[in-house]
Design a binder for this molecule. Structure first.
Ligand code: MRU
Length: 339
């Protein structure tokens, strides 16, 4: 069984698992306002492209609860401010803007006062979450034939249940293969500097009883050279029309290594991750995070305090390295049309 990363609280707040605390502690937090949701997204309490879109949509609802009695114009004006606040929380995952734009469109098209619009927004945020859960399952079904009995899979970062509203994207075929009784083994890149692989993927796979082994990011090449990897499965934060895609820093070198060693390399993502406005990956905004994340491990300094450090959170993998895209619409090849 996979974990559930998000829910409504009984009072209508956004309930998340605070992912900063994993794996030591499983702490649930109820986020009461859009401002608190935006801060939770910025600080990686809630993360992963599809999940931040869902959290932002739900955050809009939680953040407008008090305005239910407000006149239409006042409600929509405040909603517009909160959309921009949430959209600015992180730049790379297109799912964030996609979910917020969808909520704003629905609000504008709903007749009536704040209360009518709020009810409609509540239903829409729940629909975004439920659709994501269904898309994860379809991604799992599309990717299942790629994970035969005995498969050795390598993954990077966390593109599992902790990153989505369902069973994940890159991890979805793994969950379904395990459910089908297939023996498989997952090598998990630790994913410096924030260690999403070590802290989150290793935790959720272990929780589900799926055999996995943690490796340092630098071990992927020698593992492939020893023929210990049958395929690489990763997620995406934004896919351009030509198939170039952004994902957690370290994905691009993994793709180059996979090509060098003849290992199939798949990108798994829902349709909401395709950015139809971008021809190629050059236009994808890459989030730069604090150098402190590089200079510390688990809060302890591992570098001289004064040394400069670069911390791009994502890189872009050119489409030519991708064997295929595992999507909710099946196994696909780039380029993408009007998705
Ligand atoms: O910085 P993060 O942890 O939000 O980065 C997440 C990733 O890079 C995931 O691989 C991506 O969002 C896909 S999640 C299904």
């Amino acid at each position: 069984m996979s974990v559930q990363a998000i829910a409504w609280s009984p009072t209508g707040a956004v309930r998340i698992i605070d992912q900063r605390a994993l794996p030591e502690a499983r702490i649930e937090r109820d986020l009461e306002s859009a401002e608190v949701v935006a801060a939770a997204i910025r600080t990686l309490q809630v993360r992963g492209a599809p999940l931040i879109g869902i959290a932002a949509a739900m955050g809009l609802v939680a953040g407008t609860r008090e305005l239910r009695g407000a006149p239409r114009e006042q409600f929509l004006a405040r909603l517009g401010q909160l959309v921009e606040l949430l959209a600015a929380a992180r730049p790379t995952a297109v799912n964030l803007r996609w979910a917020l734009d969808r909520m704003a469109r629905v609000a504008a098209a709903t007749p009536g006062d704040g209360s009518a619009i709020w009810e409609r927004l509540h239903a829409e945020a729940t629909a975004i979450w439920e659709e994501d859960r269904a898309m994860c399952r379809r991604i799992g079904e599309a990717g299942l034939p790629l994970v035969p009995d005995g498969a050795k899979v390598l993954t990077h970062c966390n593109a599992g249940a902790l990153a989505t509203g369902g069973i994940g994207t890159a991890l979805a075929p793994i969950y379904l293969a395990h459910e089908a009784g297939r023996a498989l083994h997952v090598f998990v890149d630790e994913t410096r500097p924030v260690l999403q692989g070590a802290r989150l993927t290793a935790w959720e796979l272990s929780h589900a009883g799926i055999p996995c082994t943690l490796i340092v990011d630098a071990a992927a090449g020698s593992l492939m050279r020893q023929a210990n990897v049958d395929l690489v499965l990763v997620g995406a934060d934004r896919i351009a029309v030509n198939g170039d895609f952004a994902n957690k820093i370290g994905t691009y070198p993994l793709a180059v290594l996979a090509r060098h060693h003849g290992v199939p390399f798949y990108c798994a993502a829902p349709s909401s991750t395709i950015d139809a406005s971008l021809r190629d990956g050059d236009g994808i905004p890459i989030e730069q995070r604090s150098p402190d994340e590089v200079k510390t491990v688990a809060g302890r300094p591992v570098a001289p305090a004064a040394v400069a450090a670069l911390n791009p959170a994502f890189d872009v993998t050119p489409a030519r390295y991708v064997t295929g895209y595992i999507t909710d619409r099946g196994l696909r090849k780039a380029p993408f049309g009007e998705d």
